[in-house]
Ligand binder design. Structure first.
Ligand code: M6R
Length: 614
């Protein structure tokens, strides 16, 4: 939530900061703002709504040609999304400007302390008090880094803070606790960003920061300390994707571009996973074979789409390794006193690596001595950094708020994990693992085959613009696909959409069926006859009550034809791998329907890409 940018260098700060915010806008778009330091004074502009609103303000009244600046794009937590609550906020003397991502939990108490000294607050935010406190510190004579340290020592909660001081024009100071922040290392210029997209146009060299750290950037120097001023060595890394990966490439939406990138993303996530001898290798695994053999339970924790990837993983891991798997919403995990110990492997799935609910859950798991393995798409983010091991997915940057290629590559990582555990525990023979790997390696081609039907799916979607409700049915690994299909439609088309396990329908939800209600059905492959037959019965039951069925069924499955009002064909793949192809038409359907309804697909209302508050 919230995107943050900071810059010091020879370029015009307004241009660098606004371009950075444009790439971070997916993180929040309730308001946007910028502050620059010029000739000993702050110049500020901020506006409610999307960055385009701020663009208009700056087109009419550009900021002075400063070389130091900070910017913010907001996902509101405290205070409505209006101009006043937009960041940056300043101290009372307008000497310090500050932007913030996260929540300051003790802001009321801090605010009442200074309100007694006649400080006037303009906004309803939890941020403004921090600007006041930092300003009080610099007014007392300390420099900006020291001021930031002293203030951070008083703060509770999660925060990334970035500040400038009008009387210290060549320096930007930032702090982080439980919220993301990376440093971009340029030549004679340096950058700060919530993620590397903020500065990828300028540099691909970056520093990752740890918990409770303060970073100071000038044109030529980057210094990192902890909240008590002790120097810290930050970890340098190279960003292996470039600007073109963050652009739309001719598509109308990032989401559509990302859907079409899925064959490549899946292929990339499979590269280098086998030794020349054919054994599976997961470089970033960092768990000893002994530890894996001793596992007696796996708990998967995640949120949203990543949670549904975890549900698919349960079917694969249990089937291939005979190890019990629980899948749990990260936001619920630590509040129920879960039974976790040193023989439990906790798998945290997160595209962004910054989801606060997941981060807190892994901290709880580690405090109970469990090993934590992260499945993550974002190098250097908090979740892999705080885990014992990580499998990186190689989806490339995912900008669309609705996760697509993130999901598919998470599935691949889950399959790889399952096979790896099977290899180490010896629950599958080497040739069985080989066979599944060959099937996985064929998936990019199968996904291409599904994408080739996009026009037919788009037509179907456009025929549903007046629909108010859609149900999704699936069984086995198709059940999480149904849930994920419904989530896509909710978040993009703002429709009532619900996914059900098809067998559960008759226990209540079938009462929802009425004439003409569209029901999307993920039909399992015929190899699993019982499953397939049961699904067919479920489809007949809803059809008999007036539903219009849109069935996703494998090529050559003629048994489905009498029961499908519309039919989308899927390639023939094993049931456990079917989610990799079955979700694709559902993503296309949601994207196109939302487009036809005139919604902003990349920035759906009320959402943010990365949810860094609990
Ligand atoms: O970055 P994460 O994978 O941890 O994010 C989890 C969810 O917030 C995310 O999947 C969300 O549900 C997406 N908007 C779904 O499209």
């Amino acid at each position: 939530m919230c995107g943050i940018v900071g810059y010091v260098g020879p370029k015009r700060a307004q241009d660098v900061v606004i371009d950075g915010l444009r790439r971070l806008e997916y993180r929040g778009y309730d308001s946007a703002g910028i502050a620059v330091v010029h000739e000993g004074e702050l110049a500020l502009a901020k506006r409610a709504g999307k960055l385009a609103n701020l663009d208009k303000v700056l087109a009419d009244t550009p900021l002075p040609p400063a070389h130091t600046g900070i910017g913010h794009t907001r996902w509101a937590t405290h205070g409505r999304p209006n101009d006043v609550n937009a960041h940056p906020h300043t101290g009372g003397a307008r000497r310090v400007a500050l932007v913030h991502n996260g929540i300051i939990e003790n802001f009321v108490e801090l605010r009442s302390r200074v309100e007694a000294d006649d400080h006037v607050f303009l906004s309803e935010t939890d941020t403004e008090i921090v600007a006041h406190l930092v300003e009080l510190q610099v007014q007392s004579g300390v420099d900006l880094p020291t001021a930031m340290q002293r203030v951070c020592q008083q703060l509770d909660g999660a925060f990334t803070l970035v500040a400038v001081d009008a009387e210290d024009p060549d320096r930007v100071v930032a702090a982080r606790r439980n919220s993301p922040l990376v440093v971009g290392l340029g030549e004679g210029e340096n950058f700060l960003g919530s993620d590397v997209a903020a500065f990828i146009e300028h540099t691909r060299e970056a520093l990752e920061l740890g918990q409770d750290q303060i970073v100071t950037i000038t044109r030529d120097e980057v210094t990192v300390s902890d909240f008590w001023g002790r120097p810290v060595e930050a970890q340098r890394f190279h960003v292996d994707w470039d600007l073109s990966a963050a652009e739309k490439d001719g598509h109308d939406w990032f989401m559509r571009k990302e859907i079409f990138e899925q064959p490549r993303a899946v292929a990339d996530s499979l590269i280098g996973r086998r030794t020349t001898g054919g054994l599976l290798q997961l470089d970033e695994m960092r768990l000893a074979d002994e530890e894996i053999r001793d596992l007696d339970k796996i708990i998967i924790i995640a949120c949203g789409t990543s949670f549904y990837a975890g549900m698919v993983a349960k079917y694969a891991i249990e089937h291939w390794t005979r190890t019990p798997v629980e899948v749990e919403l990260a936001s619920e995990f630590r509040y129920r006193d879960p039974i976790v110990d040193a023989t439990t492997l906790v798998v945290a799935i997160s595209q962004s690596g910054e989801t606060a609910d997941t981060l807190q859950a892994i901290r709880h798991a580690r405090s109970q001595r469990a090993k934590v393995l992260a499945i993550c798409n974002t190098n250097g983010s908090s979740i892999p950094r705080e885990s014992d091991a990580v499998i990186y997915t190689h989806a490339g940057p995912e900008i669309g708020v609705a996760s697509t290629k993130g999901f598919l590559t998470q599935l691949v990582a889950c399959y790889l994990l399952a096979l790896y555990v099977a290899q180490v525990k010896g629950t599958r023979f080497g040739d069985e693992i080989d066979e599944i790997m060959v099937q996985l390696e064929a998936m990019p081609g199968h996904i291409e085959t599904v994408l080739a039907q996009s026009d037919a799916v788009y037509e179907l979607a456009r025929a549903h613009t007046s629909t108010r409700s859609v149900l999704f049915l699936g069984r086995h690994a198709g059940y999480p696909v149904a849930l994920e299909g419904a989530l896509k439609l909710k978040e993009l088309a703002y429709l009532h959409a619900e996914g059900f396990a098809a067998g559960e329908l008759k226990h209540g939800p079938i009462a929802l069926i009425e004439d003409g209600l569209p029901v999307l059905c993920v039909v399992p492959p015929r190899g699993r006859d019982q499953l397939h037959g049961k699904m067919l019965s479920g489809i007949q039951e809803v059809r008999a009550r007036g539903a219009r069925t849109i069935c996703l069924a494998e090529e050559g499955d003629s048994t489905i034809e009498p029961y499908a009002d519309d039919l989308v064909r899927l390639p023939r793949v094993p049931v456990l791998l079917q989610p990799l192809v079955a979700i694709v038409p559902l993503q296309l359907f949601a994207c196109e329907l939302a487009t036809a309804l005139g919604h902003d697909v990349d920035q759906p209302r009320n959402l943010a890409k990365s949810v860094t508050v609990e």
